[in-house]
Design a protein around this ligand. Structure first.
Ligand code: ADP
Ligand code: MG
Length: 694
């Protein structure tokens, strides 16, 4: 029998394959490019391309594609066959270094947020040799970055790579001051992915799921998640077969899918991989989402990645576990065992605190979407307020440092960083608080505000950039100090004092926290359009510009794209709702009430004194709701039509403030009707049928 070790990574042109198939000098040159970012020589590229092609052909490939991540957040690919004509009507299979390195898809159909108006429509893709090529659907996929012809960023990978580079540069400088050897610093990410599986047949009957990814209508089922019997519960056979199949497909692609379990809501599950370098984690997560959907089809399921597929039960998020380590794998967020390590650890820790505090808005913005608005602050996910959980032990230590008091659990003397060892910070107690949006979990931070359908590229781009910014600010303070140890001590203390208001270890779901956060002056950007509006504030433009992550032009384009995407999402949702009400719900209700009326008339024609009390009151009840539903749907149509008068950010705000509330009103009448109209008459599967499929 084939074991996991036999097929793990079998579809990836990884290091082992390169070592085996490339001439030694070519392999070495490529490694230098991967590890040190050295430019790739065309001869090397030709040789790599040839080896890649032969490997792919042996695996049955006929095509190759530059696989990239446009700003839509999903991946794109344009397939090219390897064939080129040869004499005598024959065919040659070719793939040159040039084709490997650069592609030129037409960029005009991807969002560019105005960049297209100013620049050429052409774009090009450039190979990212730090992420391995892989095979999907008989096609060799080459991970690439995507730019406009004049170099403006059109994708999510380029800024991410730039931000990793920025953080590395700044962190290496700081490490040198501590005497820590590091050539490079890399950020690592392990994204935990939540999803729903429902029966494909049910999915196919719901236009809302098909067009928008979530249910726009639907009354609560008699049972929801209140019995708490799903979390970590035994898997349905079908689901367990799905998960096995999924793991196998992911393993073939070299993705370390590690943990799978049931989540809180019925039909909800989670998959977590083992963490890896951020840009690979991003690529892997994009692939994981795609494979999840594909494998679901094979098992008669539809995989829902939307943040809120069902009202009233938990939605899906993505936990972004983030850390920084040296190229040798030393985790810089791991409290060390020596005084030096601990001083270094605390310095990086307060750099993160300061970054999160000063750029709350950017972090919030990086997780904003129409879908995620349903979750944040809805008692199932962290609120829209960004704060940091440090855990009691670490907070006590930092408080003691701030106040110049002895550290609890230690001797009476005052602790001095770089001189004394930190008391042990028990790892298991640091992760108890599941309500925090940004939690320190022993040796990494877990950013828990991401939506399930997100690319994790953007939040990590923000994380890396803002931490790089703080480290750059720290550097001269430390490098110019006469007494390094004292300077570290003071810097940790002062930074903590200035930013401790971002630390909150309590219940983030409580209403007291909302009030408390306001008192502390923390931001509460409750909707996506509000969050987007912070993107172009001077300090945000400055930080991205300073590190060359996004130019001001690129940021303006991002801003336009985000608002546009938001407005379009709500627009499609509103039109889908109108369609379902007008063409499915109202006809069903009218038919049902018509039958009721006919029944009443029929009964009375036989026995005129019959009261038909139940029928009469049901009919009246339905009549009332039906009229309201009709009227509110008409209003929704009018409100949607009036969106024409707005554009950009004001359009997004209009959808948020005018269209969404009206959709809620329509839904309330529809859902009330669903509960009293005959089951046979209802035009699409109910929550109960979808969530408790057999
Ligand atoms: P949980 O209790 O949330 O499941 P785990 O420790 O199992 O916590 O980790 C969850 C995720 O965090 C996994 O994807 C794991 O690989 C990832 N992770 C662990 N260490 C790191 C790290 N140093 N950097 C980034 N991610 C990490
Ligand atoms: Mg977690």
């Amino acid at each position: 029998m084939e074991t996991v070790t036999d097929y793990f990574g079998s579809l990836v042109f990884n290091d082992a394959v390169m070592r085996e198939r490339l001439p030694k000098d070519i392999y070495k040159a490529l490694k230098r490019t991967i590890e040190e970012g050295k430019d790739l020589d065309i001869n090397v590229a030709n040789s790599v391309a040839n080896a890649m092609k032969n490997w792919a052909l042996e695996k049955g490939c006929t095509h190759y594609t530059h696989w990239f991540q446009p700003m839509t957040g999903i991946t794109a690919e344009k397939h090219e066959a390897f064939i080129s004509p040869a004499e005598g009507g024959k065919v040659l299979l070719e793939f040159s270094g040039k084709e490997l390195i650069k592609g030129e898809p037409d960029a005009s159909s991807f969002p560019s947020g105005g960049l297209r108006a100013t620049f050429e429509a052409r774009g090009y893709t450039a190979w990212d040799p730090t992420s391995y090529a892989f095979i999907k659907d008989e096609t060799l996929c080459i991970p690439t970055a995507f730019c406009s012809y004049s170099g403006e960023v059109l994708d999510k990978k380029t800024p991410l790579l730039r931000s990793m580079e920025a953080l590395s540069t700044e962190a290496v400088k700081i490490l040198k001051l501590f005497g820590t050897e590091a050539k490079r610093v890399i950020t690592t990410v392990g994204p935990e992915q939540e999803y729903f599986l429902i029966d494909k047949a049910d999915y196919a009957k719901r236009k809302d799921l098909i067009y928008t990814g979530r249910t726009l209508l639907g009354a609560r089922a008699p049972k929801g998640q209140e019995m708490e019997d799903h979390y970590f519960g035994a898997l349905r056979t079908r689901v367990s077969e799905y998960m096995q199949d999924l793991d196998r497909e992911l393993w073939k692609l070299g993705i370390y899918a590690k943990t799978s379990h049931n989540e809180v809501a019925p039909c909800q599950h989670e998959l977590a991989p083992i963490f890896t370098t951020t840009n690979i984690a991003v690529d892997n997560n994009q692939l994981t989402m795609e494979i999840m959907k594909k494998v679901a089809e094979r098992h008669g399921f539809a995989c829902l990645l939307h943040e809120k597929p069902f009202a009233g039960v938990n939605g899906s998020g993505k936990h972004n576990n983030w850390s920084i380590s040296t190229e040798k794998g030393t985790n810089l967020l791991e409290p060390g065992e020596s005084p030096k390590d601990n001083a270094q650890f605390l310095l990086f820790l307060v750099a993160v605190l300061k970054a999160v505090d000063e750029y709350q808005d950017l972090l919030r913005m990086s997780v904003a979407s129409a879908g995620n608005d349903h979750r944040l602050g809805a008692n199932e996910a962290p609120p829209a307020i960004v704060s940091v959980f440090l855990g009691d032990e670490l907070t006590e230590i930092l408080d003691a440092i701030a106040e110049g008091k002895p550290v609890p659990g230690r001797s009476k003397e005052k602790m001095r960083l770089g001189v004394h060892v930190l008391p042990a910070i028990p790892k298991d107690t640091t992760d108890r608080n599941r309500t925090s949006p940004f939690a320190f979990t022993g040796n990494k931070f877990e950013f828990r505000m991401l939506g399930s359908s997100f690319s994790v590229a953007e939040p990590n781009t923000v994380m890396n950039t803002i931490v790089a910014k703080e480290l750059r600010e720290f550097y001269p303070i430390l490098s110019e100090a006469e007494d390094f140890t004292s300077a570290v001590n003071d810097l940790v203390r002062d930074t903590y004092i200035a930013h401790r208001h971002i630390v909150f270890n309590g219940n983030n779901y409580s209403s007291e926290w909302v009030a408390e956060a306001e008192r502390r002056g923390l931001m509460n950007l409750s909707s996506s359009p509000e969050a987007y509006d912070t993107l172009l504030s001077p300090k945000n433009i400055e930080v991205f510009g300073e590190f060359g992550i996004y130019s001001s032009i690129e940021l303006h384009s991002r801003y336009e794209i985000l608002n546009d995407e938001y407005s379009k999402t709500i627009h499609i949702e509103a039109l889908t709702m109108i369609d379902m009400i007008n063409r499915q719900v109202l006809p069903a209700v009218m038919e049902f009430s018509g039958d009721l009326a006919k029944g009443i008339a029929a009964k009375r024609s036989i026995l005129p004194e019959m009261k038909t009390e139940a029928e009469n009151s049901r009919l009246a009840e339905i009549e009332g709701l039906e009229n309201n539903l009709y009227r509110e749907t008409k209003n929704l149509e009018r409100i949607v039509a009036a969106a024409e008068d707005y554009s950009g950010s004001s359009l997004a705000h209009y959808y948020r403030n005018s269209v969404i509330p009206q959709m809620e009103s329509v839904r309330s009448y529809c859902d009330a009707l669903e509960l009293i109209v005959g089951q046979k008459n209802w035009p699409y599967p109910t929550y109960g049928e979808m969530l408790f499929y057999v």
